[in-house]
Design a protein around this ligand. Structure first.
Ligand SMILES: Cc1cc2nc3c(=O)[nH]c(=O)nc-3n(C[C@H](O)[C@H](O)[C@H](O)COP(=O)(O)O)c2cc1C
Length: 397
């Protein structure tokens, strides 16, 4: 199958799986512990049914969305994912530039492969930056200042990683060994994992040619000067895992950053209320794609309670489990004003670089368009309450 033959996002997943050794593919796919949350995320969408409305004029369908003063071509954007360069060298830039082309937002992971300044230059009006509050508050403050100076309009503070998750696929595969350079990785991996990896020569060539694991460029200025990539990655990991992060950090960031501040990883309505009270502009209802707390609630199930709690006080967005255009419609119907997509964009960039990302975006857009026509919904860009009336009732069973 070629990229242009991919009919749905799962086809892109299969292409990505073919390109990557298991150790890398598992890093994308995996959840934590029993991985029950992965199924819960998918099931939350599958459980929702639409009661379509007919005899509605849907000859002109508009899936654009207005968000933080900007109109985007669709109601979804690219969620932040670290390690993109491991799957496709230069992948962060490919995601950023394709997002510009498609006119959707791209959130670069704080562990991404571009510096803040490179990101702003690659996608001046479409780049958002995700960050974790560092253990060293001075670093966080500098990142925030640099983002503002570079013209990044939206900062996304991820709050659902107070401690590192137990990702058992990574433990079994010896994933932390790939942090070093390629020969350290080769020597350190369990033999079956190494032998399986050798069956993906094109990926291996890319990996070796680009010097192994991609460095988290945002953090380079704070690591000891001239630190090799593995030291930079360890330094970044140590700073990003911050169990001491509290609302006080959020307050400080809010005071420092004059652009839009979004909190990612909110599941409890009281946290949403607190974020609104502290002047945040938005939240992303998310369980980190089932990668943190295995018994976390599905984002879609958490959404209605949060929308009821904060209403229009801030912009409510959602990620985790979106795999079809209809999922975007469902999330919007339940009150999300925007949706982010994580793994499917990684499948695209892994499978085919820019063309793969473009394909993933086009597939989702055409499915949204179709779903809108089928449901009797000519526009998505209306306030959630009105929108729910247009799409009609959603039932949970
Ligand atoms: C490989 C991978 C890396 C990720 N890295 C980050 C990250 O650096 N920061 C972050 O806030 N979320 C990260 N996420 C979570 C995504 O932003 C998003 O919440 C999740 O992928 C959404 O679920 P989905 O994959 O089902 O769409 C990562 C997800 C994946 C799959």
């Amino acid at each position: 199958m070629r990229i242009d033959q991919a009919v749905n996002l799962d086809d892109l997943r299969l292409l990505a799986k073919r390109r990557l050794p298991r150790i890398a593919f598992d890093f994308i796919e995996g959840g934590t512990e029993d991985e029950s949350c992965i199924d819960r995320n998918v099931d939350a969408f599958a459980r929702r049914h639409i009661l379509p409305r007919y005899l509605v004029d849907v000859s002109q369908r508009d899936q654009s969305a207005r968000l933080f003063g900007q109109t985007y071509a669709s109601s979804f954007g690219i969620a932040p994912t670290g390690g993109v360069g491991l799957f496709r060298p230069g992948g962060d830039r490919m995601l950023a530039e394709t997002a510009v082309e498609a006119d959707i937002p791209f959130i670069m992971s704080g562990g991404g492969g571009l510096s803040i300044e490179q990101l702003a230059e690659a996608a001046p009006h479409h780049a958002w930056l995700q960050l974790y509050a560092a253990r060293d508050a001075a670093i966080t403050e500098d990142i925030v200042r640099r983002a503002e100076a570079a013209g990044i309009g939206v900062l996304v503070l991820t709050v659902d990683v107070p401690v590192s998750a137990k990702r058992e696929r990574n433990i079994r595969n010896g994933f932390d060994k790939v942090i070093g350079n390629w020969w350290q990785a080769a020597l350190g991996l369990p033999l079956p994992v190494l032998l399986e990896a050798l069956r993906h020569p094109r990926w291996i060539i890319d990996y070796v040619r680009h010097g192994g694991m991609p460095p988290p460029e945002v953090w380079r200025p704070y690591a000891p000067a001239g630190a090799p990539t593995d030291a930079l990655i360890r330094f970044t990991g140590g700073q990003m895992s911050n169990p001491g992060q509290t609302w006080a950090d959020l307050e400080r960031i809010r005071k420092l950053f004059s652009g839009r501040l979004v909190i990612k990883g909110v599941l409890h309505p009281d946290d949403a209320i607190r974020a609104a009270d502290l002047g945040c502009d938005g939240i992303i209802v998310s369980n980190h794609g089932a990668r943190q707390l295995d018994h976390a609630r599905a984002s879609l199930d958490a959404l209605p309670g949060i929308v009821a709690a904060v209403g229009n006080r801030l912009t409510v967005m959602l990620d985790s489990g979106v795999r079809r255009g209809i999922d975007v419609l469902i999330a919007r119907s339940l009150g999300a004003q925007f949706v982010f997509v994580g793994r499917p964009m990684l499948y695209g960039v892994t499978a085919g670089g820019r063309a793969g990302v473009r394909r993933a975006i086009d597939i989702l857009k055409s499915e949204i368009d179709l779903a809108m026509g089928q449901a009797g919904c000519a526009t998505l860009d209306v306030p959630p309450r009105t929108h729910r009336c247009i799409v009609a009732a959603m039932t949970s069973k």
